[in-house]
Design a protein around this ligand. Structure first.
Ligand code: FMN
Length: 203
């Protein structure tokens, strides 16, 4: 029997009880209920060395073995093993948090060496409880990078959540909280479908 789908959640928030963590937990609980193995990595708990720009100097140098070892390179085996990945960030100045950007930059050698992210299923969470603007840009910046790396995004899996948001009818809307567990479930469904009908994207 095949292994359970493995979905890795990556949090770029420093707050263990915050909105970002809440939504990430809801996505992963939906995935877990649908049969997945899940794990959350909190980037703030890791020692991180900034990306050194090897790709810009010589793409041949931008391979996992050449990266200065840090908390993110230590995660490479789990990132490669993951069938799905959920990136979750607070909105910091109309974009993702700096530590999430560090994480994405560290994916460069995985993408550069053998397109290791290609065909993985991905979901994205950007949240701001104050609703001061930029939540869409934060979400779509992550989507732009991971899209270039070849991930697949199931329906409704780009969650941007301006916190205590009031809709046109003056009703508090919490679509993100309602959608989040379904997103996790749908990631598992897509992963299982792809296992039954593998697609060789690059060949
Ligand atoms: C450095 C910094 C920049 C921020 N920039 C924005 C912003 O541009 N737009 C916004 O709506 N909220 C902004 N916020 C508020 C956070 O997005 C908000 O508090 C978020 O809910 C934090 O989520 P968390 O508690 O789950 O980490 C900023 C907060 C910090 C610390």
């Amino acid at each position: 029997m095949a292994d359970r789908p493995f979905i890795l959640g990556v949090s770029g928030s420093p707050h263990a009880q915050g909105t970002v963590q809440e939504l990430l937990g809801l996505v992963l609980s939906g995935a877990s209920k649908a049969g997945a193995e899940t794990k959350i990595v909190n980037l703030y708990a890791l020692d991180i060395v900034h990306e050194k720009g090897f790709y810009s100097e010589d793409p041949q140098k931008a391979i996992p073995e050449n990266m200065p070892p840090d908390g993110i390179t230590a995660l490479y085996p789990e990132i490669v093993r993951a069938d799905g990945i959920v990136l979750a960030t607070p909105v910091y100045w109309a974009n993702m948090s700096g530590i999430m950007k560090d994480f994405i930059d560290h994916l460069t050698p995985l993408e550069n060496k053998d397109f290791a992210l290609e065909g993985k299923v991905a979901a994205f969470i950007a949240a701001s409880k104050e609703n001061e603007g930029g939540v869409e840009m934060a979400a779509m910046s992550m989507v732009a990078a991971l899209g270039q790396m070849g991930v697949l995004i199931p329906p409704n899996a780009i969650l941007w959540y301006p916190g205590a948001w009031v809709n046109a009818e003056n009703m508090v809307s919490s679509w993100a909280q309602i959608d989040a567990p379904k997103v996790g479930r749908n990631m598992v469904q897509l992963i299982e479908l792809l296992r039954k009908h593998p697609i060789f994207w690059s060949s």
